[in-house]
Design a protein around this ligand. Structure first.
Ligand SMILES: Nc1ncnc2c1ncn2[C@@H]1O[C@H](COP(=O)(O)OP(=O)(O)O)[C@@H](O)[C@H]1O
Ligand SMILES: [Mg+2]
Length: 327
């Protein structure tokens, strides 16, 4: 049952304390977007959630901050994800995302807590309840400062390899690996933790037959998908390679101003611009490792995320790159 109750908003006027955390919380609350879902209570399969406001509205979905009212996450902040109904008439993306996230339990993958359906006045609308992550996405970080340090890029990349190994072991291909779908959180003891999320395009298959769908996002889409060939987990290896390229150089492997020009370059066999042509101080071993992930022919890439992780660890040892914890 869904109770259409309004929850009182915390008032900035009543706040007189000095605690930084509390004022940050209030600031965050007041920057939330308000809409008709704000203040309502959504009932999922495991518990109910009081919607505080909208965090962001993306191309595909709307993300809300909510408070868990009962069950295991009682009193904790959670995130509610809804897919834009026009794009996802049957709730297909969200159903796949819920199932995909439910198949993995890994420190480098965002956790799903619950799911449910509510009546938005027109139709039943599916929603997911996700752990609330504090921090920023890798794309937000790159937009602010361009490239990140070699050590930090390696540390994030290793965690991405671990996340992909878990996704592939569960019989899935993520199909949308990119900085915008990697969250960076800080956990006191363990430092920066990268979490892969947004399983909206996940495929439950080891191999995908050509289906004419350009699945993924722009520059992160592997050449074999662009060529409409059969593809597999190695499309995620390619996208992880593009992500690493971007972390190291602040730029993308191809100079293209449109999807059309990118498709044209890639289908004409164009090669990515070498990393060291973008940034000369990148060690040659690191460049070789990334270029291997970006091979046009999937057979020439790392075949598994585990193999790619071993390669970056070997490169770090050979080039004397410390992990951030060791610096
Ligand atoms: N669990 C979460 N905690 C905090 N912010 C989140 C969470 N999930 C998503 N977001 C924010 O919402 C944005 C869009 O989420 P995403 O799942 O990638 O949706 P889309 O399918 O529209 O790309 C993310 O880039 C991030 O800023
Ligand atoms: Mg996304």
């Amino acid at each position: 049952m869904i109770r259409e109750e309004r929850t009182p908003a915390p008032s900035a006027k009543n706040y007189t304390g000095k605690a930084d955390a509390r004022s940050r919380e209030l600031e965050a609350f007041h920057s939330l977007g308000q809409d008709k879902l704000t203040g309502t209570i959504l009932r999922g399969k495991q518990g109910s959630y009081s919607v505080q406001g909208r965090i962001t509205e993306g191309g595909m979905s709307t993300i809300y901050l909510a408070t868990c009212l009962d069950g295991e996450c009682s009193n904790k902040k959670v995130v509610i994800k809804l897919t834009n109904a026009q794009l996802d008439l049957n709730g297909g993306f969200l159903k796949g995302e819920g199932e995909g996230l439910g198949r993995v339990d890994h420190r480098n993958i965002m956790k799903i807590l619950d799911e449910g359906v509510y009546d938005d006045g027109f139709a039943d609308t599916a929603f997911l309840v996700l752990e609330h992550l504090e921090g920023e996405t890798l794309s937000q970080l790159l937009q602010k400062g361009g490239a990140v340090s070699l050590e930090r890029a390696c540390a994030i990349f290793i965690q991405l390899c671990d996340a992909l190994a878990a996704v592939h072991a569960a019989g899935m291909i993520h199909c949308d690996v990119k900085p915008g779908n990697i969250f960076l959180t800080k956990e006191a003891e363990q430092g920066e933790i990268a979490k892969l999320f947004d399983f909206g395009l996940v495929m439950f298959a080891r191999k995908v037959k050509p289906d004419g769908i350009l699945r993924g996002t722009g520059d992160y889409i592997a050449p074999e998908i662009m060529r409409d060939e059969i593809y597999d987990n190695r499309v995620d290896i390619y996208a992880a390679g593009v992500t690493m390229y971007e972390m190291l150089t602040g730029e993308l492997p191809f100079n293209s101003d449109s999807m059309y020009s990118l498709l044209e370059q890639v289908s004409a066999g164009g090669l990515p611009i070498p990393l060291r042509a973008r940034k000369a101080d990148i060690p040659v071993e690191v460049e070789e490792m990334v270029m291997r992930a970006l091979e046009k022919d999937p057979a020439k890439r790392f075949q598994t995320a585990k193999e790619m992780k071993s390669a970056i660890l070997a490169v770090m040892a050979a080039s004397g790159i410390m992990s951030p914890g060791e610096v």
